[in-house]
Structure formats: structure tokens, C-alpha cells
Design a protein around this ligand. Structure first.
Ligand code: FAD
Length: 468
């Protein structure tokens, strides 16, 4: 009989292990389907629904070019899939694993419902090279120190990208139109995120691997430079396969002119490994979405300060690099990694506000929100995570601004109030006389807190939590 291929976060036809598996299971053509599940949508946001719909339009176009189509259904996946399976006389449903706790709960319910009806379920590992449990220390399910994980990950053989199935392996079905964002209960996003389609993903990788990847090792720390790949939203939505990405980096390494160029490619591959490291951590610790990964003897005395939290969200803290980052997030649904680290440190240390508040905001605003990476990043900055920032190393936002955005070009791009202010004054904003600040940029706030004081208070609070 026929098989269903259930797309979830792998919105592409090429280099898709699940789709290839579905095709290889049967001589009959495969029916591709996407389900708008209200339980999943409850956790979505305007910007992510916009990305999802764009990626789905692209995927649908890809199927239509091959004489097929994407079936679109709405409802709990555990109701919808058994119904579709009965309607189309389906033998098996295939999908790609998702490692978050919520997704796995849903998949258990779907599996139970389908198996009750005698339909086989065949989940496949696709999103990462090495699935959770396949890279482990001598004791335990997963590494908690990245450098050890990386050494093994790096040396492990990688799969080649997979060809897309032939057109005649795909069923000649006709799907319903996609629902609009408002039909799904979402507003238009305030941010304009990057385009998230298979075509955009391929262009992104090709462009990055044709040159910028050789400068990545240096340029990745400079938010004013467009020095990173901008692949995160594509990897989140699966508009490109990880095997295809990796292969492009390997080809770039072969073309490298110098050792530095080759090392820069490896520096990029190392970041791809972080993504897999955090996927493993989350897979074995699903509770870390809401709980600290590493416990302290006592509770961390997080502060409840709605005004400071609001100032942080709005990019109105009076710390220019922090505000630039928070405003980039609002405008683009993306923020540079160096700045993500800084704003997260500012929230959890300078403001001593719970990392979960920051995570919630990022989750709503990021187009590339990926539970594993987002929780991983927040727990790293909050000093509660695996291989986290030590609690006593508190980023100094002035120094960091000066070091990573020396000309303040990034800051000025996102904080127009500072457009006409010299870089030195921007980086010294905290130490200027208030009259001077009012003169230079009357509509930009004075720092809402004193970094030196707040740093000491944070360290004391963490020491107390540690029982020191
Ligand atoms: P590049 O530098 O080009 O990196 C390439 C890819 O490697 C990224 O697309 C990503 O898949 C992976 N990667 C890079 N750095 C990391 C990292 N530190 N941890 C895990 N994977 C990494 N990344 C997300 O994909 N989704 C998130 O929700 C997310 N939330 C974050 C929250 C905080 C507080 C912090 C500090 C970091 C977060 N990151 C997140 C990691 C990182 O900031 C982004 O992956 C990166 O900025 C995306 O831009 P890029 O694709 O141009 O990165």
C-alpha cells in the first residue's frame, strides 16, 4: 500500500532522509502531508508562523513541479493522521525525529493512535548528523562539556547528501490551500525576517561557502560585519538538510587557499557541532526547558522587576550594545550571536532576572527559535547550563561594545538616537555626565543600572546560591 510522509520541521524535498525512507518502503507513490496542530501552534509566535507559511509555500511549489502536492490538514496530529491513513489506505507513516519534549510527547500520541489502527510508524533521524545517544562519554547519555563532544563529532564519518525522490515516487494528490496566519490566530509579525525557503537556503549556503566562510573565524565576532552564515532559520525549519550544508563546507575546505582558510571552515563546522551538542542535551534532559540544568545548593535569588525587564525587551537600557541587539531582534527576528550572549548576560547578571524570562522573549521573537539552542544559550549565559559561563565572569557591556563593535557601526544601525554620536562617547555612555548625554542624544536613555554595582551583586547572589 501507500505511505504517508509527514513533514514537520524538515520543509524540503532534497537531502531529506525521512522522505527517502518513505519512498524506499513501498513501490507505491508517497503522499506528503503537513498538519497544523493546535497544541504545537499554542507555542508558536507571529514571526515563526510567517516563516512556517513561507517555507510551506516553497515546499508545496516543489511538489507541484513534480506533479504532486502537499496535503494540508488541521487538527491534533493524533486525530488527523489516523483519519488520513484510513482515507488513503496507508501502510506506514514516516517522519523525521524532533528532540524536544513537547514534540516527543506528540509523537508518542500519534504512534499509539496509528499503531492501534494497524498503521506502521517509522521515525527517522534527519535533523542532525549524529543522533542523541550516538556520541557519549564513558558514563552517561550525553556529554556536558562541549570540547570533548566536538572531538568525537569532528572525527565521526558524515553521511553524504541525499538525492530527492523521482517525480513518479510522489503521489498525484491535490492539497487544500494553506491557511493564512490570521486563520491560524496570528497577527502579522512586527519583524521582517529573512526569506525561509529551500531556494533561499541553497543560495545562502552557496554564497557563504564561496568566500565568507574563509573569513568566518575572525568576522563571526563582529556584529557590524555580515560575517556569519545566516543559516539558523533554515536549519530550524529544515529548508536545507544538514548533510548538504556539511558537504558544502567540506568542498570549501578542499578549495581553501591557506591553512587559515581551512581553519576558518573548521571553526564554522564547530558551530554546527554546538547545535548537535545542545540537541543531545535536550533529548536526554527535556525538563531543562524550564529547569536549571545544573542545580545550586540554594535557589538563585532572581529579581522580579517588571520595569527593568520591559526596558530590556524594548532596547531602552541605556547600554548601547544591549539595546542595539534587542532592537535588531524586534526588527529582524534574528540577533548576532555575540550580542545574544551580551543581552542574555545583561538580563541574568546585571538585572538578575531569571533566564526563563529572557528565553520566553527570544522564543516569541526569534525566527530561528530552536528549543535546544535557545535553552542552551540562555542557560549558558545564566551560568545554570552545561559547559556554562562561570557565574563570576560577567560580561562588561561597555568593554564588549568597544571590542566587538569598535566603530559603533552596529549600534548606530539599530539605535538611531545615537546616529550622530562619536564611537568613543557611545562606548563611554555609562560614564558620561548626564548633561553631556542629554546634549549628545536627548532621546536616548541614561543607563538604567550601574554595571559595576550590579556585577558585584550578581556574583554575591550566585555565591549565596552555591552556599558560599
Ligand atoms: P553561524 O555563526 O553562521 O553558525 C552556523 C550555525 O551553527 C547556526 O545557524 C546554528 O545552527 C549553529 N550554531 C552557531 N552557534 C551556535 C550556538 N552557540 N549554539 C547552538 N548552535 C549554534 N541558535 C539557534 O539556532 N536558535 C536559537 O533559538 C538560539 N538562541 C540563542 C539564545 C542565546 C541566549 C544565545 C547566546 C545563542 C542562541 N543561539 C540560537 C545560537 C546562535 O546565536 C545562533 O545559532 C546564531 O547566531 C545564528 O546565526 P548564524 O546562522 O548566522 O550563525
Amino acid at each position: 500500500g501507500m505511505n504517508l510522509y509527514w513533514h514537520r520541521r524538515d520543509l524540503r524535498g532534497t537531502d531529506n532522509r525521512g522522505l527517502v525512507r518513505a519512498v524506499s518502503r513501498s513501490a507505491e507513490p508517497v503522499i506528503p502531508v503537513f498538519v497544523f496542530d493546535p497544541t504545537v501552534l499554542e507555542h508558536a509566535s507571529a514571526v515563526r508562523v510567517a516563516c512556517l507559511l513561507e517555507a510551506l509555500e516553497g515546499l508545496r511549489a516543489w511538489y507541484r513541479e513534480r506533479g504532486s502536492d502537499l496535503l494540508v490538514a488541521r487538527g491534533e496530529a493524533s486525530d488527523v493522521l489516523p483519519r488520513l491513513a484510513a482515507e488513503h489506505d496507508i501502510d506506514a507513516v514516516v517522519w523525521a525525529e524532533d528532540y524536544s519534549g513537547l514534540a516527543r510527547e506528540r509523537d508518542r500520541a500519534v504512534t499509539a493512535a496509528l499503531e492501534d489502527d494497524g498503521v506502521a510508524c517509522d521515525p527517522v533521524h534527519d535533523a542532525i548528523h549524529h543522533e542523541p545517544g550516538s556520541i557519549t562519554p564513558n558514563e552517561g547519555d550525553h556529554y556536558s562539556v562541549f570540547s570533548y563532544f566536538w572531538k568525537k563529532w569532528r572525527d565521526r564519518e558524515k553521511l553524504e547528501p541525499l538525492e530527492p525522490p523521482a517525480a513518479d515516487a510522489l503521489a498525484a494528490v491535490t492539497g487544500e490551500p494553506l491557511p493564512s496566519a490570521s486563520e491560524l490566530g496570528f497577527d502579522e509579525p512586527t519583524a521582517t525576517p529573512q526569506s525561509v525557503t529551500q531556494t533561499a537556503a541553497r543560495e545562502c549556503v552557496t554564497e557563504f561557502c564561496s568566500g565568507p566562510i574563509y573569513r568566518y573565524a575572525d568576522a563571526r565576532e563582529k556584529p557590524a560585519v555580515d560575517g556569519t552564515s545566516r543559516l539558523s532559520a533554515h536549519l530550524k525549519w529544515g529548508t536545507i538538510g544538514i548533510r548538504a550544508v556539511y558537504e558544502a563546507t567540506e568542498r570549501a575546505a578542499e578549495r581553501a587557499a591557506t591553512d587559515d582558510d581551512r581553519e576558518s571552515v573548521v571553526a564554522f563546522q564547530r558551530q554546527l557541532a554546538w547545535r548537535e551538542f545542545y540537541a543531545h542535551v535536550l533529548a536526554f534532559n527535556p525538563e531543562t526547558v524550564t529547569e536549571n540544568f545544573s542545580g545550586y545548593e540554594h535557589d538563585i535569588p532572581w529579581r522580579n522587576d517588571p520595569d527593568e525587564l520591559e526596558a530590556w525587551k524594548a532596547g531602552e537600557t541605556g547600554y548601547p550594545i544591549v539595546d542595539a541587539g534587542m532592537r535588531q531582534l524586534q526588527a529582524e527576528g534574528w540577533m548576532h550571536n555575540r550580542v545574544r550572549m551580551l543581552v542574555a548576560s545583561f538580563l541574568t547578571k546585571d538585572l538578575l532576572i531569571d533566564w526563563r524570562e529572557g528565553y520566553d522573549w527570544f522564543r516569541r521573537k526569534l525566527a530561528d527559535h530552536e528549543t535546544a539552542n535557545d535553552v542552551g544559550g540562555w542557560q549558558w549565559a545564566g551560568s545554570t547550563g552545561t559547559d556554562a559561563q562561570p557565574y563570576f565572569r560577567v560580561f562588561n557591556p561597555m568593554k564588549q561594545g568597544r571590542e566587538y563593535d569598535p566603530d559603533a557601526a552596529y549600534i548606530r544601525e539599530y539605535v538611531p538616537e545615537l546616529e550622530a554620536v562619536a564611537a568613543d562617547a557611545i562606548h563611554d555612555w555609562h560614564d558620561l555626565e548626564s548633561e553631556r548625554r542629554a546634549q549628545l542624544a536627548p532621546s536616548y536613555p541614561a543607563p538604567i543600572v550601574d554595571h559595576g554595582e550590579r556585577r558585584e551583586r550578581a556574583i554575591a547572589a550566585f555565591e549565596q546560591a552555591r552556599g558560599e
